[in-house]
Design a protein around this ligand. Structure first.
Ligand code: CP3
Length: 358
């Protein structure tokens, strides 16, 4: 039986309403990578060692997730975890190396490697994720965004063995062995789905799928080789968790936006390369947008960051369905006081979907 649409305690919040393209009391804002190295309180708390060790400590995760909400007054919290957690938890052999990113000891090269991609059993494999989400759902004043890596992006790490510039190995697999590719991303889609469902069941209010590197693909190849799995992910979520706000995000995806708009997600993220009025035309009506200040602009002076924030707000227009964010994650060298000011400015001046007093 299909469960009834969720009604959550944050349904009236600016963030959840904007995800649903409803009117808002103010334009909501949060930042990708709002937790992490740009925050002195994060550096003080996190300690040395792999981030995967930190992620397995629920009390610490709850604290790190809350830090930026307190500091910046953001309208949502992003769960502190990483996109490789499910693959690491089923024993694929992934670590996250500081300053590098995910590194895989034995990359995926052939069908024998499928044996290392068994289904995720969240209660057994990632109980710490469930526990941390439960703590946060109890005590956070704003909605909690759960997340998973998109199928192409997670596949790229497993196949390339680590961060990549040209994605040659994963492209060779996609095009050279399409049957194996489809099996691989189907497994990764199931992994993401199981993880997202466990986060929603534990109390997450919305989810974002980070298919960060999908923009490296041509629209035709994205449509043939990645979009079907992405559609299945959102379709299956809509069956198990109807009404849950979802966001699909990638970098350099300007040419993919019309396709991403058909994935079944109510919100599509936009990086800084495409102005939001143009992005709006590319995705069509009925889809909310999230973005898109260039994170590098937060490294300049406040007058520059303020002018550029106002430009983003102008391009966002006045219709409902807009969440302010950066076009990609906060850069580690960002001065947090600039982001505090960005939040203040967006709350004070943003007009998209804002109810006017009658
Ligand atoms: O505020 C937040 O967004 C925190 C939660 C979060 C992390 N990773 C914590 C993290 C989220 C949502 C992610 C997602 C993630 N991880 C993505 C998708 C988002 C994006 O940036 O496109 C990707 C591609 C990864 C893989 C990954 N993990 C990379 C590329 C890195 C950076 C490596 C480095 O050290 O420069 C990581 C490590 C990582 N994940 C850190 C944090 C806070 C770095 C700091 C640390 O080790 O303490």
């Amino acid at each position: 039986m299909v469960p009834p649409p969720r009604s959550g305690r944050h349904d009236g919040s600016a963030f959840i309403r904007a995800c649903r393209s409803q009117s808002v009391p103010h334009v909501p804002v949060w930042f990708m990578r709002q937790a992490g190295r740009s925050l002195p309180e994060y550096r003080a708390e996190r300690g040395a060692g792999s981030i995967l060790d930190a992620i397995a400590q629920p009390e610490l995760v709850a604290k790190l997730t809350r830090q930026p909400v307190t500091r910046y007054n953001t309208d949502a919290a992003i769960f502190f975890s990483d996109i490789v957690v499910p693959a690491a938890a089923i024993g694929f052999g992934v670590d996250v190396v500081p300053g590098v990113g995910p590194v895989v000891s034995r990359p995926f090269t052939s069908k024998d490697d499928l044996q290392r991609l068994r289904p995720l059993e969240p209660e057994i494999d990632t109980p710490y994720v469930i526990e941390a989400v439960r703590i946060l759902a109890e005590e956070l004043p704003v909605p909690l965004i759960g997340f998973a890596g998109g199928p192409f992006t997670v596949a790229s790490y497993l196949v390339e063995g680590g961060p990549s510039r040209n994605f040659t190995r994963v492209k060779a697999l996609m095009h050279g062995e399409p049957g194996l590719w489809h099996t691989l991303i189907d497994r990764l889609t199931d992994l993401a789905l199981a993880s997202l469902r466990s986060q929603l069941d534990a109390g997450a209010d919305a989810v974002q799928v980070f298919d960060s590197w999908a923009g490296i693909l041509t629209p035709r190849h994205y449509e043939e080789l990645v979009l079907p799995a992405t559609r299945r992910l959102f379709a299956e979520l809509a069956v198990s968790h109807p009404g849950t706000p979802t966001i699909l995000f990638g970098v350099g995806t300007g040419e993919l936006l019309p396709l991403m708009a058909t994935a079944g997600s109510g919100v599509v993220g936009v990086d800084w390369r495409v102005p939001l009025d143009d992005a709006r035309r590319r995705v069509g009506p009925g889809i909310a947008l999230q973005g898109n200040l260039d994170p590098a602009l937060c490294l300049s002076t406040w007058p520059v960051a303020a002018a550029e924030t106002r430009e983003v707000l102008l391009r966002a227009g006045t219709t409902p369905g807009y969440i302010f964010n950066l076009g990609h994650g906060v850069l580690p060298e960002t001065d947090p006081t600039i982001l505090e000011e960005v939040v203040r400015l967006v709350h004070a001046e943003g007009l998209a979907g804002v109810e006017t007093p009658t």
